[in-house]
Design a binder for this molecule. Structure first.
Ligand code: F6R
Length: 241
């Protein structure tokens, strides 16, 4: 695993943005895997700046997001589709029909999971997958105990994850209890993985990710088995290594 230590959240975002630009330089038809949450917001901001400066185009790219809450439609401000539109898609030239987010409001969720896998395969699989890290070691919404070979599936969210994400919702009751997520096996098929971590509260999870044993109880530990992972973290997040 390639570990890059940076001084601040801003530097982490800058470095992550640079890796995405490198990927798009290699092929403007790249398939990018994207995450939501607080961690990648600065990276998206920088990508928009680079787009506005004329340094990058997304018009031939394809993106697949990791996950979506069950029951939330694209126009719900708490849905991950809404987040992506707001933080990135509305500000760049990525064609809407190639910006994929699992449909949390699909009538048949199992079918949506199968279709999502099919779309990823048809696009030629993910070239560069961006990940954030859950406090309990989740990647995407693959909670502890998820089989390491899992595909896109419906998950019951851990209470700790619902609690961590409740900051975005009016009340705890509004936080969905289920989500759709790419599986760990799906994520591991990406050619390159870029894991972003920031802040002291992630330090213990980072320690287990890098130095712990590979176990489904700590989903992110599986990244030790991937041959092209770059972990970009600020000093606080890497403080237990
Ligand atoms: C989001 C996702 C999650 C987050 C993780 C960290 O699409 O897949 O795994 O990356 O929960 O969230 P933040 O960045 O808010 O700490």
């Amino acid at each position: 695993m390639n570990i890059i230590e940076v001084k601040s959240y801003d530097k982490m975002s800058e470095k992550a943005c640079a890796l995405i630009l490198d990927q798009l330089k290699e092929s403007d038809k790249s398939v990018l895997g994207l995450a939501t949450g607080s961690t990648p917001e600065g990276m998206y901001q920088r990508l928009i700046e680079q787009f506005n400066a004329g340094n990058v185009s997304f018009k031939n790219a394809t993106t697949f997001n990791l996950d979506e809450y069950v029951g939330l439609a694209a126009d719900d401000p708490n849905s991950y589709k809404y987040y992506m539109n707001d933080k990135l898609f509305n500000h760049i030239d990525l064609p809407a029909e190639r910006a994929f987010v699992p449909r949390g409001d699909a009538a048949n969720l199992e079918q949506e999971c199968r279709d999502y896998e099919k779309r990823i395969a048809e696009a030629g699989y993910v070239d560069l997958q961006v990940l954030g890290l859950g406090l309990n070691g989740h990647i995407g919404f693959n909670e502890p105990g998820t089989p390491l070979n899992s595909r896109t599936h419906v998950v019951d969210l851990d209470e700790s994850t619902r609690h961590a994400n409740s900051r975005f919702f009016a009340t705890m009751d509004d936080v969905p209890s289920q989500a759709l997520t790419m599986g760990i096996g799906t994520i591991m098929e990406s050619r390159q993985i870029v894991m972003l971590v920031s802040g002291e509260k992630k330090a213990e999870a980072v320690r287990q990710l890098v130095n712990g044993k590979v176990t489904s109880e700590m989903p992110a530990s599986v990244l030790q088995n991937h041959e092209n992972v770059t972990l970009i973290g600020d000093t606080e997040a890497l403080s237990k290594l």
